[in-house]
Ligand binder design. Structure first.
Ligand SMILES: *Cc1c(COP(=O)(O)O)cnc(C)c1O
Ligand code: SF4
Length: 365
């Protein structure tokens, strides 16, 4: 058995096995874990420094999960946009393909909390075949995001099989893998896995670091292996109350990601997912975080801040008000809050009007 498999097997799945060490009453948390599964492997557990720290909050069930009266099970309406089970086709040229129902850790804030790790998420050879069938019939799809659950929890053989089948579809130009494994179980990034991934280039991998304490020697090594294999690495962070809702923490996270060759891609406003209301922050806080990044640190470390629209509208970018007004002069505010103007180029006028414009400029000369 490989190291990562041993670690996974040694995961804590009952809150009592953890809280007993900290003198916390496990009973209410056992009820939470019965509804939303718990799994924390010893590697990730080792990152916890104290009760309720940013690592703990991401991994350990909280009573607040079962007292959420605000959010919805499937706010992004993924199920309504699934033509076949486990495949979400929301955008014109790309699709999200869920190939594994399990994760190396069950994040308490998960967007697919309604189904990952539970019996309601059925992934098997048949669902994968029907997804592959849909993808091969839809020639407009040129980008497939392989996700889950966590696709890197599959065996090398199974992953190789799925990637081989995807690569056999001529109109699929790129494959993206969405995985939290480099963060929560970096030991899984073995040389065997790297050999599989290398065969199916171009592959992009988007991972999911939320806090600077998640960047360790082990996770850095996993990212180095992936980057050395020619896999561009991106990161999506969810803005989470009590985890990273602080411009200083977020800036440190973005800077440290660049040092391990991971390019920040998105910061997500927390989705309105049932059981995660206590993690949500205001949108104003998100805007302040972007304001604290742009101009203040490398542009490479400034991701897009997006709200994935409830109802399935897709990701919508949110920017601080750098653009003050548009017109013949464009009024702009820089990262220090200073005002600048840019002289605009006149827009192409409708067909009958150009003469007037020519006259105006001739008289000016
Ligand atoms: C996020 C997402 C994508 C990918 O969006 P990009 O902006 O291209 O990264 C595709 N499909 C679904 C359903 C998504 O949620
Ligand atoms: S790894 Fe991703 S899919 Fe799995 S629980 Fe965490 S956020 Fe959800």
């Amino acid at each position: 058995m490989e190291t990562w498999q041993k670690l996974l097997q040694a995961s804590i799945t009952k809150p009592g096995d953890l809280t007993r060490r900290y003198g916390i009453d496990p009973q209410p948390l056992e009820e939470v874990a019965a509804q939303y599964p718990m799994r924390v492997n010893p590697y990730y557990l080792g990152l916890i420094k104290e009760v309720d720290d940013p690592i703990w909050r991401q991994a350990v069930p909280s009573e607040q999960e079962v007292h959420d009266s605000v959010c919805y099970a499937d706010p992004l309406e993924e199920e309504n946009q699934s033509p076949v089970p486990n495949l979400v086709h929301r955008y014109p040229d790309r699709a999200l393909f869920l190939v594994c129902s399990e994760c190396a850790m069950y994040c308490r804030f998960c967007t697919r909390k309604r189904k990952v790790g539970g019996e309601s998420m059925l992934v098997n050879r048949d669902t994968i075949e029907s997804g592959l069938g849909y993808l091969s019939e839809h020639v407009e799809i040129r980008d497939v995001i392989v996700s889950g659950g966590d696709p890197l929890l599959l065996s090398d053989e199974k992953l190789d099989w799925i990637l081989t089948r995807l690569r056999a579809i001529p109109h699929i130009e790129i494959i993206r893998i969405g995985s939290r494994i480099p963060v929560v179980l970096p030991q899984r990034i073995t040389m065997g896995l790297i050999r599989v991934l290398r065969k199916h280039q171009p592959i992009y991998l988007n991972t999911h670091f939320n806090h600077p304490d998640e960047i360790t020697e082990t996770s850095a090594k996993a990212c180095t292996r992936l980057a050395d294999a020619g896999i561009p690495l991106g990161n999506q962070t969810v803005l989470l109350r009590g985890v990273n809702d602080d411009p200083t923490v977020m800036k440190r996270l973005m800077q440290r990601l660049l040092t391990i060759r991971v390019r920040p891609y998105y910061i997500y406003q927390a989705d309105m997912v049932q059981g995660t209301d206590h993690f949500r922050t205001s949108v104003e806080e998100g805007i302040e975080i972007i304001r604290a990044l742009r101009g203040h640190t490398s542009g490479l470390g400034v991701p897009a801040y997006v709200i994935d629209a409830p109802g399935g509208g897709g990701k919508i970018p949110i920017l601080p008000d750098y653009l003050q007004s548009l017109g013949t002069e464009v009024v702009l505010k820089n990262y220090l809050g200073e005002t600048y103007t840019y002289v605009n180029v006149l827009q192409q006028l409708p067909a009958e009007e150009p003469l007037q414009r020519v006259n105006a400029s001739t008289t000016a000369v």
